[in-house]
Design a protein around this ligand. Structure first.
Ligand code: UT7
Length: 310
């Protein structure tokens, strides 16, 4: 048996904030944002919807998709850097709201790589037989920590959530290999003080290098090559960064997710949000080899090679 995704769901707030809306709020332009980042619009959650609410909406869908009930869940892992409050964790709030009475629960703080960290952690418990069903959520309400007077960061981020139920899948499917990494010396390039502070150029250089390398590393670990890849789901930070990863894998354009255009950078939520988008578009099918790769504040990074299907 392998450990894989057996159910998935997402939640995106209804409110769309376009580049043209931002033009009215700060000294920026649709032209600059589109050419430098690929972003056209992003979603912003209203005041009465916090991170745990978005986590809940996405988790409900993932449970329904998996065909299990909340009481079947053994562990809840929530990847987020925008919890409702420092504690209790979003995972514990979610446990209560779902009625997941037997589940242990904790948040994971690994910024935009958090969802990959969560999936890899879940895999260990499933592989060793300790747990059967693990809910992994990537969720962010970045709009509450963005400085809306700082054009260097405000135009980049969006809100949203994606959740997966992980559990045992047939032999040959699920996570085939993974890589996780961290480099605390780069923490100064992307962090939260009151608001998000970022040295965009440094993060950009790191991201381009690390995403490409991690993709190649997980392929090697799984005994596979670039030609075997069916679809690439990179963390959606910037179209130029994900394009660099696609070129490193020599993949055609249609084999990579570019949801950054519609949703901006949703940090830990961007990978599960993108998986749902591509599934709904019919771009991911059973037995496809999917590469997921993320990087973020910490600095952190992670990648997974996964054979799709239950
Ligand atoms: O999830 C991980 C989180 N972070 C990232 O992935 C971010 C990685 N970095 C990036 O995506 C890019 O570095 C940015 C999109 C943030 C910036 O793009 P860039 O091509 O590296 O631009 P830059 O920082 O070199 O800035 C170019 C110019 C600057 O003006 P000067 O100093 O050349 O006159 C900026 O002030 O663009 C200016 N600028 C803007 N202009 C209009 C910066 N932000 C804006 C803006 N609108 N929103």
């Amino acid at each position: 048996m392998g450990a894989g995704i057996i159910g998935i769901g997402r939640y995106l707030p209804e409110k769309v904030l376009t580049n043209f809306d931002l033009e009215k709020m700060m000294d920026t332009s649709d032209e600059w944002i589109r050419t430098r980042t690929g972003i056209e619009e992003r979603r912003i959650a209203p005041d009465n919807i916090d991170t745990s609410d978005m986590a809940y909406f996405s988790a409900k869908k993932a449970l329904e998709d998996a065909g299990i009930s909340a009481t079947d869940i053994d562990l809840i892992l929530v990847a987020t850097v925008t919890p409702d409050r420092p504690f209790p964790s979003v995972a514990c709030m979610l446990q209560e709201r779902l009625g997941a009475t037997k589940a242990a629960a904790l948040d994971i703080s690994a910024a935009c790589a958090g969802f990959i960290y969560g999936m890899v952690t879940a895999k260990q418990f499933i592989d060793n037989g300790a747990y059967r069903y693990i809910l992994v959520v990537g969720v962010e309400k970045l709009s509450k920590i963005v400085n809306w007077n700082d054009r260097n960061t405000a135009v980049l981020f969006g809100d949203g959530a994606g959740a997966v139920v992980m559990g045992p899948v047939s032999e040959g499917r699920g996570i085939l290999s993974f890589e996780l990494g961290a480099d605390g010396t780069g923490g100064k390039h992307l962090y939260q003080d009151e608001y998000v502070i970022m040295n965009g150029r440094e993060v950009f250089k790191f991201a381009v290098r690390q995403m490409g390398e991690s993709c190649i590393n997980v392929l090697e670990k799984a005994g596979l090559s670039k030609q075997d890849v069916d679809f690439l789901i990179p963390h959606q930070a910037n179209i130029r960064i994900v394009e660099a990863a696609r070129q490193r894998l020599e993949l055609p354009e249609e084999k990579m997710s570019t949801t950054v255009r519609k949703y901006g950078n949703t940090s830990a939520a961007s990978i599960p949000i993108s998986i749902v988008e591509e599934l709904e578009a019919g771009k991911i099918k059973d037995d496809d080899l999917i590469i997921m790769v993320g990087f973020g504040g910490g600095l952190t990074w992670g990648a997974i090679a996964l054979r799709w299907g239950r």
